[in-house]
Ligand binder design. Structure first.
Ligand code: ADP
Ligand code: ASP
Ligand code: MG
Length: 464
């Protein structure tokens, strides 16, 4: 089989984990499979790089140096572990040292300028994947496996220049991938590709958005028409709810692309919406598996779910959101006012996650990421004269609960059962929205009630 394996940061946390991931690659190869590897950055390297840029901009020299030292020792220790006593070690370390020195120079420029542009930010972020992927490549070679290091751009991922959330130029990218990756597989080489990053036509490194290594993996999978893309993580598959807030969660054995997309959009960690989209367009199956329990079957994402399953498959809690309520905006005789409000927000590049309109109270409620709430508020106030809207309020202490499942389509009474379960726990629902796909019901509650609401639905539907 032709497989793409993406290893997440948790699966590459240190040398031992990298070795473990390499052994998984080796065992599949021994079965006769062709493997393409995609690596995320080690552990929380991406978060550390973001902090380093913040420290540099703020002129915090001490924190900058400490953070760099932490990154340095984590990567060097990993090399020391995976290439113990191996002749490859000095070459591996030389490249790591060069990279770290480049990174130090870039961060010190940011420190002196007290400024970082989106383009430089992406360059800095790319070091996480460029370091981990190099270590992985060397570790495979240490096991006697022919492996070739490729950056996203080398593999053919060409993007626009929307730094921080770049979009691949699809036709060109898929074509390039086919032409670069297939010949390597033909020679028995394992291509090891940096996740998360691409390149513009004029050679600048771009990133695909947080969690973007999944996207890299499904792009590669579509390009080479892989039999399966496996996203290796630290859980046995996609779970019915976040294991950190609900006890007794279960692995969802199979999901349709649409269901997976809903879960990803609502922030199920370990899944990137654009990754699912690319897989669906390319007709490539995706499986989520656990590097620490590789024999478990995991979750399969394909063109259909399992009809025998519960109507509700997963319950998600989306934190870090805010609810903006505009009163008097949709009064009779003012057609198009909702559209104008949305327009004013989106023109500032802010994404509206949910919208619900009440006719009787002539108000409209919107959910945006909490970090964009103030900007959204300002946008609404700036572009709508007070004569047109009666008031704008923003509540930041709310969360969204999203209930996902294909079986909800055409099953009467799902909403009443969901809200019944929540009401019995005395939780007040602030806003409701149902997507036209009927694959999810999402609603807003006070932040303090969020976890309880998720547990109520999880229990009522017997998902555990
Ligand atoms: P990776 O490093 O492999 O990309 P992520 O950190 O992106 O992994 O996501 C995996 C984590 O997401 C898991 O460790 C798990 O705790 C958390 N998680 C939250 N909700 C879910 C869910 N519904 N299903 C699976 N994992 C979830
Ligand atoms: N390292 C990147 C991130 O943390 C991409 C990824 O892990 O998928 O967002
Ligand atoms: Mg991830």
């Amino acid at each position: 089989m032709r497989l793409v394996f993406k290893f997440g940061g948790t699966s590459l946390g240190d040398g031992e984990r990298i070795r473990n991931a390499c052994n998984i690659v080796r065992s599949y190869r021994e079965r006769g499979d062709n493997i393409v590897v995609v690596c995320s950055a080690m552990g929380d390297t991406t978060d550390i790089l973001l902090e380093l840029m913040d420290s540099a901009v703020r002129g915090e020299r001490g924190r900058l140096e400490d953070g760099l030292e932490r990154l340095r020792s984590a990567h060097i220790e990993a090399v020391e572990y995976v290439l113990r006593g191996d002749g490859l070690k000095s070459e591996a370390l030389k490249v790591i040292e060069e990279r770290l020195s480049d990174l130090t120079h870039i961060l010190s420029s940011i420190y002196f300028l007290r400024e970082v542009t989106p383009r430089t930010r992406d360059l800095v972020l790319s070091f996480g994947e460029r370091l981990s992927t190099w270590i992985f490549t060397c570790a495979l070679r240490g096991l006697g496996i022919a492996a070739k290091y490729l950056e996203g751009g080398d593999a053919g991922i060409i993007t626009d220049s929307d730094f921080g959330y770049a979009t691949p130029l699809m036709e060109e990218t898929l074509n390039n991938i086919k032409n670069t990756i297939l010949p390597l597989l033909g020679q028995g080489v394992v291509p090891v590709v940096t996740g998360f990053i691409g390149r513009t036509r004029d050679g600048a490194i771009t990133t695909l958005g947080r969690g973007g290594s999944d996207f890299t993996a499904t792009l590669l999978g579509s390009g080479i028409k892989a039999d399966e893309v496996v996203l290796w993580s630290d859980v046995d598959g996609l779970l019915t709810a976040d294991p950190r807030i609900v006890r007794g969660v279960k692995v969802i054995p199979q999901l349709s692309y649409e269901e997976a997309l809903e879960m990803a959009v609502f922030g199920a960690k370990g899944l990137h919406p654009r990754a699912i989209e690319a897989a669906q367009n390319g007709g490539v199956k995706v499986r989520i598996k656990n590097t620490f329990n590789p024999s478990a079957p995991g979750t399969l994402i394909t063109d259909r779910g399992l009809s025998t399953d519960s109507v509700v498959k997963g319950v998600l809690l989306v934190r870090d959101v805010a609810m903006i309520t505009v009163r008097g905006a949709t009064a009779v005789g003012k057609p198009g006012s909702a559209a104008r409000i949305l327009q004013s927000i989106s023109s500032r590049g802010i994404n509206v996650m949910m919208i619900s309109q009440s006719v009787s109270e002539s108000s409209i409620s919107l959910i945006v990421r909490r970090e964009s709430a103030d900007a959204a508020l300002e946008a609404i106030r700036d572009s709508n004269p007070p004569s047109l809207i009666r008031g704008v309020e923003c509540e930041k202490d709310v969360v969204v609960v999203a209930v996902v499942g294909e079986g909800m389509k055409g099953t009467p009474g799902v909403a009443s059962r969901v809200f019944g379960a929540v009401a019995r726990r005395g939780i007040n629902v602030r806003m409701i929205a149902q997507g036209s796909s009927e694959l999810n019901i999402s609603f807003v509650v006070k932040e303090a009630d969020g976890v309880e609401a998720v547990r109520a639905i999880h229990e009522d539907y017997g998902l555990g």
